[in-house]
Structure formats: C-alpha cells, structure tokens
Design a binder for this molecule. Structure first.
Ligand SMILES: Cc1cc2nc3c(=O)[nH]c(=O)nc-3n(C[C@H](O)[C@H](O)[C@H](O)COP(=O)(O)OP(=O)(O)OC[C@H]3O[C@@H](n4cnc5c(N)ncnc54)[C@H](O)[C@@H]3O)c2cc1C
Length: 460
C-alpha cells in the first residue's frame, strides 16, 4: 500500500495533527509512506528529518506563486501533484494549528475524486476499504480515500542508526498547476484584517468556596445567554442555510432564508449551483465542517470556517473567525459569487462539565467524584491527557474538542489560549486555582482562589 501524507510546517515545527497522520501511516504494515508539503523553502530541513523516520520520499512543493493560497488553492496545488503520483490512500492531519480550518483535507479528497473520512480516532482496518472509528461514529470507505487524523498518537523518534535522506523540491512548472488557481490571486477568500482576540474574556467575580454550591444551583436555573452572530442592520436578500441551526443564524443576516435538509455535499452542491444564492451558511459542527469544504471544492466557492460573527452591507458577507489557536480574530470575505461560511451555532446545552488540569492531574479520582456529586461530565486539559490520566476523548482545546455546556468548571487549569478557545461558548465558567494571576480567571464568570483539596474541604 502506498500512502501519501500531507504535512505542513508551522512556526518551524510539523503541525501536530500531521505528526499523528504520519505516525498512523508509518504504523501500517508494509506501507510505503511518502510525504508532501506545500511550504516555503525554509521548511526543507525540517521535512528532510522525516526521511529518518521511514518516510520513503519527501516532496516539497515550493514556488513564489503559492504564497497567500487559501484552503481551496492549497488543496488544488496538492491535488495537481498527487494526481501524477501513485497512491492508495492520503492521510492529512485534522487541521493545522495556525489556520484551524480543517478544510484542506475534504477539499483535496473532492478535487482528487476519492472517498473521505474525517476526524479519525482509530483505523480499524485498511486494505481495499478503510474502516475507522471517528468522532462522527463508525465509518468505512473504499480506497483510494483520504483520511483526516485526530491527535491519537505520538510521532516516533528516529532510530540512532537511521540516515538522513534527500528531499525533492518542485516548483510550479514541475507541479503543473494552473497559475491562475494558485496563491492569493487564485484564492476565493481574502483576509481583510486581523486583530487580538479578547472575545472569550469575561468579568470574574471572586467567591468563597462555601458559596460554590449555591451559585451552581442559581446558574443551573438561570436563562441561557444568546450567542449573537450578526453585527449589522443591512441584510443579504437571500441565503441558503443547511439545517435549522444554520437557518437561525442566517435569519440574522438575510431577508429570505431557504433551509435545506440534506446531508450529501454532492447533492447540496448541485442545489447551490442551480439556485446561485449570494451566500450559504452551514453549522460549524463536525458534519458541517466536513461537508462545506467538499461543496466548496465542487462549485469553486470561497468558504470561511468556524465563524463567530457575521456582518453584511447587503451584498458582501464579512466573516469573523478565530485563528492561530484563538489568539487572533480574522475578518474575511469571499470574492466568489457564492459566499460560504460555517458558523458556530451551538447554543450552550444544559450540561455541566468539570474539567481538571495539570494542577489536579495526580488527584483525578477526586475530579470524577466531584463530577458525580454535581451531575457533571468530566473533561481535561491536554496536560492531563499527556500524562495518560484520562483518554483523549476528554481533551478540551485546540487539539481536542470544543464544548458549549451551560456551566464549565475549570480546576487546576491555567487558561492557555489553546484551552480557552474551546470553552468560550459555555454559558458560565467557574475557575478554581490557587494562583490568583492565572489567565483562566480572565475567562471566568466566577473564580475561587484556592487549591483543589482546600476547596473540597471548604465547599460544603
Ligand atoms: C499546538 C498546541 C495545541 C494545544 N492544544 C491544547 C488543547 O487542545 N487543550 C489544552 O488544554 N491545551 C492544549 N495545549 C497546551 C496548552 O498550551 C497548555 O500547555 C495546557 O492547556 C496547560 O494545561 P493546564 O492548564 O492543565 O496546565 P498548566 O498550565 O501547568 O496549569 C496548571 C494550573 O494548575 C494550578 N494548580 C497547581 N496546583 C493546584 C492545586 N493543588 N489545585 C488547583 N490548581 C492547582 C496552577 O496554578 C496552574 O494554573 C496546546 C499547546 C499547543 C502548543
């Protein structure tokens, strides 16, 4: 079996999800693994290091023409290279940690005309068919296919005896991509500006541990906060929304909304092509984020992922989304006739999540006990997952999952942006930490400055 792994170098390092895709490919018995990366030449040495891990060939697609490529242009360039290669399977990381869109994989599968499974948690078998456990359930697809891999393993270290091989650098005349479809000028989206993300920050009220249970029951009974998505008075004349959740958001930016109840992106693309609406909105859940890029690749439409706010002047849809792990917000527009976006629709649920961090990793049984007592689910920061205290399914954050509970209780979590970016849709956040200067308090509605053990003894 010949497996292509798509790899991006971000800030001089291999994108963490791509490391997992590589490791997963290398674990497949008798697989011949080759890597392909569309990056500047400066990534060459890092990519070359992959040859010590058992990656047979490494291709760096590098050309000035490629600068500024959005997800569709990137997928197009990769597809032009891969169409000329022999492969049975393509593995991609779930997403990159700078763009966070998760769009390149689905777009690439579509442009290659092969099957697709996203959010793979486990590859059960792979021969003529790929059978996988995913965040969306059990999936199988005949090969050739593209799989996007979650953070389910750790990339091996090179053996001491392994030798450094060579990589092949190809420019666009060797890749053979249409220059009009590459780089910024070939991209369907434009980043208009970026600014610091302070959206998730809240005003923290510090309370005593003995007040905790009363506040908890008050919050449980309180009404839901409404996530407002639109920020302008003018509206688009007509928008297609995929499903009811997206339709609710579409009403905020459109005079007329047509809701489509369909799960097949190929059917949806056909409808969009026929009706040619100025904009199409999808729910930014796992299904929407899988299907929207497939439809975008089919109809060559600009697509902005995981928007937290929308604005319109009546013609153009301006989309705001977090990027670089939630550190910044980017304002984006599409330059194609159909403007598409996946938008965060999830209203907070009625659940409570008790989440533990490194500060309580040794005491995680007490986190489980507290969760049981107050009827909550258990979550964790990456620091706890890395210690193997609880499984990856529980990881909340940029490289885990996003949550939107009614009440999120962060215990022993410092509040790194890679964690807070995934909890900002919670209705209420309570933080428990002995360090009063921990950033988590900037993201919390209520704070208790105390160690977990002291908190447990004083909360009753
Ligand atoms: C590319 C990338 C992706 C990442 N993805 C994720 C992700 O998906 N999810 C994620 O969570 N992180 C992620 N991280 C890691 C993130 O940057 C932080 O390192 C991580 O969130 C820190 O976890 P923590 O808050 O549990 O630990 P720390 O930052 O070490 O904080 C521990 C906290 O515990 C407190 N504490 C100590 N003792 C006690 C006690 N007795 N009782 C109560 N509190 C105590 C301390 O005051 C401290 O604030 C990612 C990082 C990178 C670079």
């Amino acid at each position: 079996m010949r497996i292509a792994v798509c790899v991006k170098i971000v800030d001089g390092e291999i994108n963490p999800f791509d490391e997992c895709a590589l490791e997963e490919a290398l674990r497949i018995t008798d697989a011949e693994v080759f890597a392909v990366s569309m990056c500047p030449q400066s990534a060459a040495e890092k990519l070359r290091s992959l040859t010590r891990l058992g990656v047979k060939e490494v291709y760096l697609l590098s050309d000035k023409l490629y600068a500024g490529s959005d997800t569709l242009a990137t997928a197009y360039i990769l597809s032009e290279f891969l169409k000329k290669q022999k492969f049975d399977c393509v593995f991609c990381g779930r997403q990159t940690i700078d763009g966070d869109t998760a769009q390149v994989g689905p777009c690439l599968a579509t442009l290659l005309g092969i099957g697709l499974i996203t959010n793979v948690m486990k590859i059960c078998s792979i021969d003529e068919t790929a059978v996988c456990e995913t965040r969306l359930g059990h999936m199988s697809v005949p090969l050739p296919a593209l799989l996007t891999i979650e953070r389910i393993n750790t990339l091996r270290f090179p053996s001491i005896r392994s030798k450094l091989g060579e990589i092949t650098v190809l420019n666009n005349s060797q890749v053979g991509a249409d220059r009009n479809k590459c780089g910024l000028s070939g991209s369907a989206t434009r980043v208009l500006k970026t600014f610091e993300n302070s959206a998730g920050k809240r005003k923290c009220k510090f309370i005593k541990p003995c007040e905790f249970l009363n506040i908890l029951s008050e919050l449980k009974q309180s009404g839901k906060k409404n996530i407002k998505i639109t920020e302008s008075d003018k509206k688009l004349p007509y928008v297609i929304a995929i499903g009811d959740d997206a339709a609710k958001k579409a009403c905020e930016v459109a005079d007329k909304v047509e809701t489509i109840y369909e799960n097949d992106p190929f059917v949806i693309a056909g409808i969009i092509k026929k009706k040619a609406p100025p904009a199409v909105l999808w729910n930014a859940d796992l299904v929407g984020r899988r299907n929207a890029p497939v439809a975008a690749a089919l109809i060559n439409a600009g697509l902005c992922a995981d928007c937290t706010a929308l604005e319109t002047d009546g013609e153009t849809l301006y989309m705001y989304r977090p990027a670089r792990g939630g550190n910044i917000i980017a304002k984006i527009m599409c330059i194609t006739p159909v403007q598409m976006a996946t938008v965060r629709c999830a209203e907070p649920s009625d659940d409570i999540i008790v989440s533990g961090g490194r500060g309580v990793a040794e005491d995680f049984d007490k986190i489980h006990a507290l969760a049981k007592k107050i009827g909550a689910e258990v979550g964790a920061s990456r620091a706890v997952i890395d210690k193997n205290v609880i499984s990856y399914e529980a990881q909340i954050g940029l490289t885990g999952k996003s949550v939107s509970p009614k009440i999120y209780i962060a215990i022993g979590i410092s509040g790194a942006v890679q964690h807070t970016c995934a909890i900002e849709n919670s209705d209420f956040i309570i933080a428990i930490n002995p360090d009063a200067s921990a950033p988590i308090f900037e993201y919390a509605d209520y704070g208790i400055v105390i160690t977990f053990d002291e908190f447990l003894s004083k909360m009753q």
